[in-house]
Design a binder for this molecule. Structure first.
Ligand code: NAP
Length: 277
């Protein structure tokens, strides 16, 4: 498994597993848990979840999937911005730990920017780190100017990742956010890397994937992971799709393929606001 370096030098897998919608359907739960477990076996040991998903239920399903294998997993969860106050952060984290049935979260993210001052959230996150309840903290849906502001608050430079929307059809962050993150050695975690499956029906992508002996999902994921310091966290609740997605690790994006992709999905020509899903 290719890996990405966190700012403290620790390495994490470049391909992880998303969990939005996991646990929403009772009938699919067994297959979803089997998928998460097989994903860990295959090296996709970074699992991304959030207190928001299923209003906590998804964290419970993740807790079940990783039971007995906690040490093999790099667990990411996220806090609602409204909870991210000095005391609310601790309480929300405790609730997540309980649902996840663990004593620590490896990376705890502010889900998006809210009204709580960044300095207050960062201080609370640093407190959680000191007490061992989280190992790293980061942010999500932060644009380049948010990152710049964050770096100016006490301990803001401790940010371990920024999780944002990034895929072939959402390339805006290549203009300013990815360069900012590369310069400051902050990994980017790409969410919705196959655009919630909408991308997979794109005719140009299908044709190009066929030309190189890949599937559209594999090509889309390999392209995301070919970018400097970018982690991809596709969600699937099906083992068949998981195995297919793992195949993305075998695909090399040559300059020729990259040029064909740029023709199909043009890179940004100017700064745009960060998109969110
Ligand atoms: P995604 O990973 O781009 O797409 C997920 C969808 O694609 C699911 O419907 C899945 O269906 C399907 N899929 C996956 N692999 C496939 C394959 N090989 N063939 C066909 N279909 C496939 O979108 P996402 O779930 O929005 O994003 C990924 C993760 O990022 C989330 O689960 C969540 O953990 C995180 N996220 C974070 C934020 C944030 O604000 N921080 C926002 C959105 C998402 P099946 O399950 O049927 O395979």
């Amino acid at each position: 498994m290719q890996s990405i370096c966190l700012p403290n030098g620790e390495t994490i897998p470049q391909l992880g597993q998303g969990t939005w919608m996991i646990g929403d359907s009772r009938g699919r739960r067994a297959e979803e848990i089997a998928t998460l477990r097989e994903g860990i076996d295959l090296g996709l040991s970074l699992i991304d979840t959030a207190e928001m998903y299923g209003e906590g239920h998804t964290e419970e399903v993740v807790g079940e999937a990783i039971a007995g294998r906690r040490d093999a997993v790099f667990l990411v969860s996220k806090i609602y911005p409204t909870n991210a106050t000095r005391t609310g952060t601790l309480a929300a984290c405790e609730r997540s730990l309980k649902r996840l049935k663990t004593d620590r979260i490896d990376l705890y993210l502010l889900h998006w920017r809210g009204r709580v001052p960044l300095a207050e959230t960062v201080a609370a996150m640093e407190g959680l780190k000191e007490s061992g309840k989280i190992r790293h903290w980061g942010v999500s849906n932060f644009d380049a100017d948010d990152m710049q502001e964050l770096s100016g608050v006490p301990h803001g430079g401790e940010v371990a990742t920024n999780q944002v929307l990034y895929n072939l059809t959402r390339r805006g962050i290549e203009w300013d956010l990815i360069p900012w993150c590369v310069k400051h050695r902050t990994p980017v975690m790409a969410y919705s890397p196959v655009e919630q499956a909408r991308l997979l029906a794109h005719q140009g992508l299908k044709t190009l994937a066929q030309e190189i002996g890949a599937t559209p999902a594999q090509l889309a994921l390999a392209w995301v992971m070919a970018k400097n310091g970018v982690i991809a966290i596709p969600k699937t609740g099906r083992r068949e799709h998981l195995r297919e997605n793992v195949g993305a690790l075998e695909i090399k994006i040559t300059p020729e393929i990259a040029a064909k992709i740029d023709a199909l999905f043009p890179p940004p020509k100017e700064a745009t606001s960060l998109e969110m899903l």
